[in-house]
Design a protein around this ligand. Sequence first.
Ligand SMILES: NC(=O)c1ccc[n+]([C@@H]2O[C@H](COP(=O)([O-])OP(=O)(O)OC[C@H]3O[C@@H](n4cnc5c(N)ncnc54)[C@H](O)[C@@H]3O)[C@@H](O)[C@H]2O)c1
Length: 431
Amino acid sequence: MSEKKLNLEAAIKDRQAKVAILGLGYVGLPLALAFAEKGFVCYGIDPDRRRIRDLNSGKSYIADLEASRIKASIKSGRLIATDNFTRLSRAHAVLVCVPTPLGKSKDPDFSFVLDAADSIAPRLKRGQLIIIESTIYPGMTVELIGPRLEEQTGLKPGRDFHLAMSPERIDPGNRKFTLQNTPKVVGGINPSSTRLAALLYRQILDQVVPVSSPTVAEMTKLLENTFRQINIGLVNEIAIICDKLKINALEVIDAASTKPFGFMTFYPGPGTGGHCIPVDPIYLSWKMKSLNYRARFIELATEVNAQMPEFWVNKAQSALDRRGKGLCNARVLVLGVSYKKDIADLRESPALEILKLLLDKGARVQYHDPFIPAVKLDHRELKSVKLTPARVANSDCVVIATDHSSLDYKMIKACAQLLVDTRGVYHRLKL
Ligand SMILES: NC(=O)c1ccc[n+]([C@@H]2O[C@H](COP(=O)([O-])OP(=O)(O)OC[C@H]3O[C@@H](n4cnc5c(N)ncnc54)[C@H](O)[C@@H]3O)[C@@H](O)[C@H]2O)c1
């Protein structure tokens, strides 16, 4: 990007603006493709050389993202996948899509976001637009990222460069709501940052929702995912309560769902997983601790959801006990280990906890997952086995941990000696 003053607005409108995406994962790669497909030159920058190699040879490493889209964008020269961070200096807009996981102590680890800021700083130019898409705590763009960039460059956010926050809402595997038709919330540190960021997104998606600040945008994302974590926690507790009352929780939920107002349906399961739902609320409660406030709903929902794997393993154990078999040495087949159906993402998957608990109790565990060929658990490694009627029939217990669409649930039911259905598949399919 040249130092001479660029009319960013015009460059965005006529698609001459170059976009750089930092982090080509579940969030960054679809975004990079969207820009390339709409005619922008997009630098996709990621330190993971294997990912860059895969992209440049037209391979997709995200299950629901077709390789043909990657091939076409690379071939057209509009997507430039690279691990060369100096390319950042050629971009008019830089979008940060790096991970925001929890560390070992279960506190937020925002080192990836800070590393990304530190890689932008030496290449930051006047007039550039920087947008944070990663999920971060409320206040981080204004309190930490802006000042960090200013400290290293002497350039002032809002005056010398534009800075905005726009949380990603993508739901991998969701065919109805995609990047294109999911409204995008955008909050800049001043009106021109909001306006330019909103203009950029309007080039690739249907609806943009401007808000008054980056902190409002950050908090919006955390409200959405905290809402899910808490409602899933509530319905999981209802499942435990119904179990004690010896009634079917799913029947209760379906009956409650017939109310045409004031009720929203959530289903119980093995707990929450993925990079968002169990993680994001902790970014909020962590920030609240620094303001001397305990986010009690978040703590409680996190606790209830985290105990669900144990609830289901205990169900399996007592059912086996009733058959005079016991869990120790029982052959247990776990079906589905990714954190939700039809994707290959294992992060924070509650199925991993189910596998660990079963192994710790001495069960002889096998698993099948069409998306996950192998799983590492502490010092152990399991490989996905083939799902056959004989294997199902030879298992003392089959646990459905994740309800992938491609499994033959009729066959499983017909062959299994004992089924523990943590996802309510049989209720839903009316089998
Ligand atoms: N996965 C989702 O469904 C989802 C949905 C909405 C929001 N988010 C949020 O989006 C962010 C990214 O999540 P994700 O699931 O795409 O993560 P991911 O792990 O799939 O991808 C992140 C990528 O960033 C790369 N990376 C790491 N450090 C980097 C750096 N300093 N510079 C450039 N690249 C770097 C990694 O190599 C990786 O390829 C997180 O904050 C997450 O909470 C995720």
